[in-house]
Design a protein around this ligand. Structure first.
Ligand code: E4P
Length: 217
């Protein structure tokens, strides 16, 4: 399973990319709004760091505006993916942009029916938001299971990009269900590393080693 980071922070992206486990980046208007500088320059820098799919989202809500912004975003770099919302205009823009060979990520997906539409419109990625479903007492990961089943039934090529991941269990369940990608905030990627027995084990190994060195000296 591929691991993407969900942030606009260049500092965080550099730090995670240096670990060698990062496959791509997702951003959204809320995340990019937090960062200083021009959003296009920031997306260009991110593409240079990660060299994998980097999603940049349109803010237009009508088809013509989405097409215009989509073309602008795609021009930023060869790694750019145009993110469009799962609306009627968004699905129409997805079909048109995908037809031109532009990679599209259909975002704000909250149902299997919506995921089916994204696949039929030729999306490269669909982003179901599991955390936001959990927030309203609906099982977000159940949606992933349903989308995996539907896409497998018809061999759709759209990659399932599990979004709005709030904790490591979302990532582990996504991997167990066979989702293609999980995108996580930097803090959740950091949590994936943690296990108390790793720390305890390492501490003991090093203590034993030091003791043996002291005896030999
Ligand atoms: C995905 O592309 C979105 O940017 C993101 O995962 C939304 O996550 P949130 O629900 O934590 O804002």
């Amino acid at each position: 399973m591929k691991l993407f980071v969900d942030t606009g922070s260049i500092k965080d992206i550099e730090a995670i990319a240096a670990l060698g486990i990062l496959d791509g980046v997702t951003t959204n208007p809320s995340l990019l709004a937090k960062e200083p500088g021009d959003f296009r320059d920031n997306l260009k820098k991110i593409c240079g760091i990660v060299k994998g799919p980097v999603s940049g989202e349109v803010t237009a809500t009508d088809y013509a505006g989405m097409m215009r912004e989509g073309h602008d975003i795609a021009k930023i770099d060869q790694y750019m993916v145009v993110k469009v919302p799962l609306t009627r205009d968004g699905i129409r823009a997805c079909k048109a942009l995908s037809g031109e060979g532009i990679a599209v990520n259909v975002t704000l997906c909250f149902s299997p029916a919506q995921a089916l539409l994204a696949a039929k419109a030729g999306a490269s990625f669909v982003s179901p938001f599991v955390g936001r479903l959990d927030d309203i007492a609906t099982n977000g990961m159940e949606l992933i299971r349903e989308i995996v089943e539907i896409y497998d039934n018809y061999d759709f090529k759209t990659e399932i990009l599990v979004a709005s991941c709030r904790h490591p269990i979302h990532v582990v369940e996504a991997a167990r269900m066979g989702a293609d990608i999980a995108t996580c905030p930097p803090a959740v990627i950091d949590q994936l590393f943690n296990h108390p027995l790793t720390n305890i084990g390492l501490e003991k190994f090093l203590k034993d080693w030091e003791k043996a060195q002291a005896v030999k000296a």
